[in-house]
Design a protein around this ligand. Structure first.
Ligand code: IPM
Ligand code: MN
Length: 358
């Protein structure tokens, strides 16, 4: 059976890094049909929209999407609905990609890359499960309005709406518990239930769903405390499950604990195993086109694609082992370079992974 993969390289370093991931996918001997389409600023330049209908329908018809990155300062002055970020938000929404898995793993070979003390982060392996299609990101109403009464009456006011439907919380809770079952069986739900109604509701549902997973230990933490504990003692976490906004913030923090955001993949899944796979880092327009970006996060995202959407666990492991071997050989792109290692370009890193695959 042919597996259809939509490849959406996007902006900045997106094209360079997805090219390397495509090469790796192409070398596995699988029956893959990879189709490339524009997205983000690149699509705006070509078609006047960051997520053209052809790109969206290609993604929807595919088994999986391999996504590079979107965004560039030059689009900052566009109206919001035309900005590159709308492409990723639109794909998440249209494809129902509600479950975002963001692992933060510190590779032993890169222990010095973290800004935290080695004893705090060595062996770090946490998974953030972020709800991705609800919360204040998509809540209606939103906009700017005139305040009717109270202290600020007559003034304009910007507003957004935070809400979560019960089914939205339940389905992400199940993803969190099931992920924890495959790991150390500890799930920490992060919320702000001391202040927010939405969060109290979230917490109540988490506690209810926990009854179906007696083997998983559920804990709760306020988001401000979680931000603090992540830098104090990150290894105390196994799986974190949280809403869209908190997950956005905490996953950047968790990624930085490892010191090498250039290494971290992510998966965004819907209920039918369709997924979008992208590196955790952004489009880095400052180094675009220079063949020096780290392609490993995208290559590892391709491994997640094989694991979650194509059910090809062995092939996923093959890629992950090849990446580990490349690091073991002291091969590095600039972002993870240390003295005594060999500095490689983006494409040379792709070559090295291909060689290690054989
Ligand atoms: C991310 C990004 C996006 C988000 C932006 C680009 C819309 O920061 O994937 O974490 O906020 O979700
Ligand atoms: Mn983010």
């Amino acid at each position: 059976m042919t597996h259809k993969i939509a490849v959406l390289p996007g902006d900045g370093i997106g094209p360079e890094i997805t090219e390397q991931a495509q090469r790796v996918l192409g070398a596995l001997g699988l029956d893959l049909e990879m189709t490339v389409a524009p997205v983000g600023g690149a699509a705006y330049d070509l078609h006047g929209h960051p997520l053209p209908p052809e790109t969206l329908s290609l993604a929807q018809r595919s088994d999986a999407v391999l996504f590079g990155a979107v965004g560039d300062w030059k689009y900052d002055s566009l109206e919001r609905h035309l900005r590159p970020e709308q492409a990723i938000l639109g794909l998440r929404r249209a494809m129902g990609l509600f479950a975002n898995l963001r692992p933060a793993i510190l590779y032993p070979q890169l222990a010095n890359a973290s800004t935290l003390k080695p004893e705090v982060v060595s062996g770090l392996d946490i998974l953030i499960v972020r709800e991705l299609t609800g919360d204040i990101y998509f809540g209606q109403p939103r906009g700017v309005r005139t305040v009717e009464e109270g202290n600020f009456a007559g003034e304009r006011q910007g507003f957004d709406t935070m809400h979560y439907a019960e089914s939205e919380v339940r389905r992400i809770a199940h993803v969190g518990f099931q992920a924890a079952q495959k790991r150390q069986k500890r799930l920490c739900s992060v919320d702000k239930s001391n202040v927010l109604e939405t969060s109290q509701f979230w917490r109540d549902i988490m506690i209810d769903v926990a009854r179906e997973y007696p083997d998983v230990e559920l804990s709760h933490m306020y988001v401000d405390n979680a931000a603090m504990q992540l830098v104090r003692a990150p290894k105390e976490f196994d799986v974190i499950v949280t809403g869209n906004l908190f997950g956005d913030i905490l996953s950047d923090e968790a990624a930085m604990l490892t010191g090498s955001i250039g290494m971290l993949p992510s998966a965004s899944l819907n209920a039918s195993q369709q997924g979008l796979y992208e590196p955790s880092h952004g489009s880095a327009p400052d180094i675009a086109g220079q063949n020096k970006a780290n392609p490993l996060a995208t290559i590892l995202s391709a491994a997640m694609l094989l694991r979650y959407s194509l059910n090809a666990e062995d092939q996923a492991k093959r890629i992950e082992a090849a990446v580990a071997s490349v690091l073991e050989q002291g091969l590095r792109t600039g972002d993870i370079y240390e003295d005594g290692c060999q500095l490689l370009s983006t494409s040379a890193m792709g070559d090295a992974v291909l060689k290690a695959l054989r």
